[in-house]
Design a protein around this ligand. Structure first.
Ligand code: AMP
Length: 124
């Protein structure tokens, strides 16, 4: 399967290289988690792999099992750390053009801390 081109100047690649600061909440050898700069809920964290993957489809097809397991583990660890594991939360991985993905480095949004309402109203 061919891979999408990865833009190493995207903002999350720059955060991973330490060129841009972030409000870090968790790190492991394969993942970094930090606060979203424009929070859409009282808790809004981004979990990203350290590897260069454009989106979830790229990650699922090409990341080694160890990196995939570390990413899932980070989601659970961070949900506990920021206090939403028991009250509930939403995971969103906007993917590609129709998914309205703005930053072309895989990221999972963890949203919570308050009732989030129904999922995804259809755009008018
Ligand atoms: P998406 O539309 O899923 O690609 O979401 C990209 C997210 O990255 C948005 O929620 C932005 O607010 C967030 N974002 C962009 N730049 C930064 C940054 N420097 N630090 C933290 N979050 C950022």
């Amino acid at each position: 399967m061919s891979r999408p081109a990865y833009d190493d100047q995207n903002i999350f690649a720059r955060i991973l290289r330490g060129e841009i600061p972030c409000n870090k909440v968790d790190e492991c050898p394969h993942t970094l988690s930090f606060s979203d700069i424009q929070p859409q809920a009282s808790v809004h964290i981004l979990v990203i792999p350290k590897g260069s993957y454009v989106d979830m489809a790229d990650f699922a097809a090409h990341a080694p099992a160890e990196e995939q397991a570390a990413f899932v583990a980070a989601l659970g660890r961070v949900a506990h750390q920021v206090g939403v594991a028991e009250s509930g939360f939403r995971l969103i991985a906007n993917t590609g053009q129709n998914g309205h993905q703005e930053v072309p480095h895989l990221h999972m949004h963890i949203l919570g801390g308050e009732p989030l309402g129904p999922m995804c109203p259809r755009p008018s």
